[in-house]
Design a protein around this ligand. Structure first.
Ligand SMILES: Nc1nc2c(c(=O)[nH]1)N[C@H]1C(S)=C(S)[C@@H](COP(=O)(O)O)O[C@H]1N2
Ligand SMILES: [Mo]
Length: 416
């Protein structure tokens, strides 16, 4: 039993690190006698549990019902997205039922056997694929983040969201399975004048975006599965385009048509929307990459730190250009920075979790995180972004987020 003894010693050591040593075994036993909680034998140990298949498709514990997608507080009469509860997640993968949703005209219910993908334009052989045809191609599975370019947009002018879900929840990270787009394009024969690709969705919004051929032939995928099961209808069942690291809008869901051409189509979603107005009156178009960004999820807005002691500051970092190289944390609003530990594996264009040990002694603090990617791009502060791009733009806000911790331990969204 040396094994359990050493475990126990380790636990005692750990508990003193956490400042819990004062909670004595005696008081726990006294509490147990009146509540029937462990170490008393609790009711769930003395009666039969639920049977198999209740339900046949599993759902989270009934005690985790607060962990759910949500609209922003006061989203107005026309909510445009539901958000992922980042502050309640662990690791890096977003469970399918919590992946944020963004659709411009609701989401359709399309039977797999009724779906078709048309491929035409500057190709040698125009083709129409069934889902059976698509799934027969050699496939691959990759972990990638997806971020709406409108994520955190409302935070530029004033702190708007309460929680990390509100401020950064149009972000997900899944294992996507599908076929390389290049494989399917080669089947049709790409003509050499073709430099752009049009992707169109089968939803009522007929979401339409132009994509450079270089991206189409690089890591773009035609995705049919997500975290080990077929796509959820909200995520584009039965088929979506997936462009790793690019603004979420371009990963067209319910993908019905691809057309090759020699110029962008200037669709609504790349002219009136998804462009950024600059101070000189010009607009940035075809931004494509989601730049390096991070957010602390624990402790984060809306939470309260209950008592002084040890806390592990945790958060998420990602870059649409490649791998995260470094994440620093500041507890004094950006005056001093310290390196955090990055959770392996660090995958390209995927979310990385960072961890930082912190002693909170009841002092007011301003928590920030700052990510750097493998190409040396550093996440900017809000004032740097405003100096650079002004305040008339809406999309692509990757500014450093500040959480203010009060002496009472309340955590609030503020501008530092
Ligand atoms: N066909 C279609 N594709 C679409 C959209 C849409 O409305 N229709 N919304 C886009 C936007 S703006 C984003 S951010 C992502 C969101 O993907 P998700 O709902 O799977 O999180 O899908 C994109 N693809
Ligand atoms: Mo989006």
């Amino acid at each position: 039993m040396t094994h359990s003894t050493s475990n126990r010693r380790q636990w005692l050591k750990q508990s003193s690190v956490l400042g819990l040593a004062s909670a004595t075994a005696a008081s726990a036993i006294a509490e147990s006698a009146s509540t029937g909680l462990p170490p008393q034998v609790p009711s769930w140990t003395t009666s039969l549990g639920k049977p198999f298949l209740s339900p046949a498709y599993g759902v989270p514990s009934e005690h985790e019902k607060h962990v759910k997608r949500a609209l922003l507080p006061n989203p107005g009469p026309y909510p445009t997205a539901s958000r992922t509860p980042l502050q309640s997640l662990h690791g890096t993968v977003t469970p399918n039922g919590l992946v944020f949703e963004r659709h411009h005209a609701g989401f359709p219910s399309i039977a797999s056997q009724d779906h078709r993908l048309m491929l035409h334009g500057m190709v040698d052989r125009p083709l129409i694929f069934t889902m059976e045809d698509i799934v027969r191609f050699p496939s691959e599975s990759k972990v990638y983040f997806l971020e709406c370019s409108g994520n955190s947009a409302l935070e530029l002018k004033k702190p708007t969201g309460v929680t990390a879900q509100d401020t950064h929840g149009m972000l997900s990270c899944c294992e996507w399975t599908g076929v390389r787009l290049s494989t399917v394009l080669q089947e049709a024969g790409i003509q050499k004048q073709a430099t752009w690709l049009l992707a169109e969705g089968a939803d009522a919004a007929a979401m339409t975006r132009s994509i450079p051929m270089a991206k189409a032939l690089d890591d773009a995928m035609l995705v049919y599965a997500q975290n080990g099961e077929m796509l959820r209808p909200e995520q584009g069942y039965p088929l979506r385009l997936f462009l790793p690291g690019f603004e979420g809008n371009m990963s067209v869901k319910w993908l019905r048509r691809l057309k090759l051409g020699d110029a962008p189509w200037q669709s609504r979603e790349e002219t009136s929307a998804y462009t950024d107005l600059m101070p000189d009156g010009s607009a940035l178009q075809f931004t494509f990459h989601m730049d390096v960004k991070s957010v602390i999820t624990s402790p984060s807005g809306g939470q309260t730190i209950q008592r002084p002691g040890f806390y592990e500051i945790q958060g998420l970092a990602w870059s649409g250009r490649g791998k995260i190289r470094r994440v620093e944390v500041s507890v004094d609003g950006g005056k001093n920075w310290q390196d955090t530990a990055l959770q392996e594996p660090i995958q390209s264009k995927a979310v990385v979790r960072f961890r930082f040990p912190w002693q909170w002694q009841g002092q007011a603090a301003l928590l920030q995180s700052r990510a750097t990617d493998e190409y040396g791009h550093v996440q900017p502060s809000r004032s740097q972004i405003i100096a650079d791009k002004g305040m008339n733009f809406y999309y692509h806000n990757n500014a450093i987020q500040t959480w203010q911790v009060s002496a009472q331990g309340e955590v609030r969204n503020v501008h530092a």
